[in-house]
Design a protein around this ligand. Structure first.
Ligand code: ZN
Length: 336
């Protein structure tokens, strides 16, 4: 849900890289060998080279849609004044449509457009937060002010918890990113901790990993009829330990890339209740963004309180599309 904070983002400096120096080097080498060797040998060498796969040793991903059409950057929305806070009101656990476990992460690092890149994925909330309200209610410093360490998140009307959703999508996202060669760090994993982490720690994990991109995965909890996804971008803030000046620009680009690819992959529309139809919203009240030193965004994948959105959020097939859309956006951002 959007009332929560989440983890931190990565840095931006290295966000865009389209060079493929090794391909250039290899091409040069092949040409050199061909020039020096007899024709027959040259032919053999070239045949060996081309018999293999692409330069990366594996298929290249399909090109991303050139753009993110519907989303024009530049649109800066006011903070959603409508942020509802229904999170704690619903009882967890009553879930009916719990999704199947996400696929296991790839065993060996793949080579691809994200080789050498680090992406931190932050599954919003924790299914244990409902049982640890005293702990998660402790106040932490987010630079601009103090806020709860973490929040419970919302649920669908049938009880499917946002924290289950975020963990499932995050694991699927990890698998998709690893397949492109990325090193992926999750801020927490199923069962590795009883509650949290606090938003300050979530941010720190992205910062310390020097992540090239950080995405915090959420789903919203507003009234029925409000539908669609939106991406939350960091506002420019400088106060206490918060200083987002360096990440505002790259985070917006990351957000736009994710928004366009998420819409394409899932068929979902940008939120109809905020963001003026752009699917982009800027906020200065989230510790996970304020404390980030790396490019970072939150994605609210849909509204768990709307029956039509909930039908998608509870579908493993839809969640796979959601994860793929986010991954494609990250690949686009990082120059894949
Ligand atoms: Zn949330």
């Amino acid at each position: 849900m959007r009332n929560d904070n989440s983890p931190p983002p990565p840095e931006s400096g290295s966000s865009i890289s389209t060079d493929r120096p090794w391909f250039t080097r290899r091409s040069t080498l092949v040409v050199g060998v061909a020039a020096l060797a007899p024709a027959a040998l040259a032919g053999w060498v070239l045949a060996q080279v081309f018999a293999g796969s692409g330069p990366d040793g594996q298929a290249r991903p399909a090109p991303l849609p050139a753009s993110h059409s519907a989303l024009s950057p530049g649109q800066r929305d006011a903070k959603p004044g409508s942020t509802p806070s229904e999170s704690a009101s619903t009882s967890p656990g009553a879930g009916t449509s719990s999704p199947a476990a996400a696929p296991a992460p790839a065993p060996a690092p793949a080579k691809g457009p994200l080789t050498g890149r680090t992406v931190v994925v932050d599954p919003g909330h924790n299914t244990g937060n409902f049982k640890h309200t005293d702990e998660i209610d402790q106040q932490v410093d987010i630079g601009t002010n103090r806020k709860e360490c973490d929040t419970t998140g919302t649920t669908t009307n049938s009880g499917y918890m946002e924290a289950e959703f975020t963990m499932d999508v995050s694991k699927r996202l990890r698998t998709a990113l690893e397949a492109q060669g990325a090193k992926v760090v999750l801020t927490h994993e199923t069962g590795d901790r009883a509650w949290g982490p606090c938003i300050t720690e979530r941010a720190r994990i992205g910062n310390e990993a020097k992540a090239d991109a950080v995405v915090s995965v959420h789903a919203d909890g507003v009234s029925a009829g409000n539908r669609g996804f939106h991406i939350i971008l960091p506002a420019t803030v400088k106060s206490g330990s918060a200083d987002t000046a360096k990440i505002v620009g790259p985070s917006r680009e990351l957000g736009e890339r994710i928004a366009g690819n998420f819409a394409r992959a899932t068929g979902s529309a940008p939120a109809n209740y905020l963001g003026s139809g752009t699917g982009l919203v800027v906020r200065d009240d989230l510790g996970g963004l304020n404390l980030s030193t790396q490019p970072k965004v939150f994605i609210e994948c849909g509204n768990m309180r709307d029956a039509k959105d909930a039908a998608q959020l509870t579908s493993p097939e839809w969640r796979q599309k959601a994860a793929q859309g986010i991954a494609d956006g990250i690949v686009g951002f990082l120059g894949g």
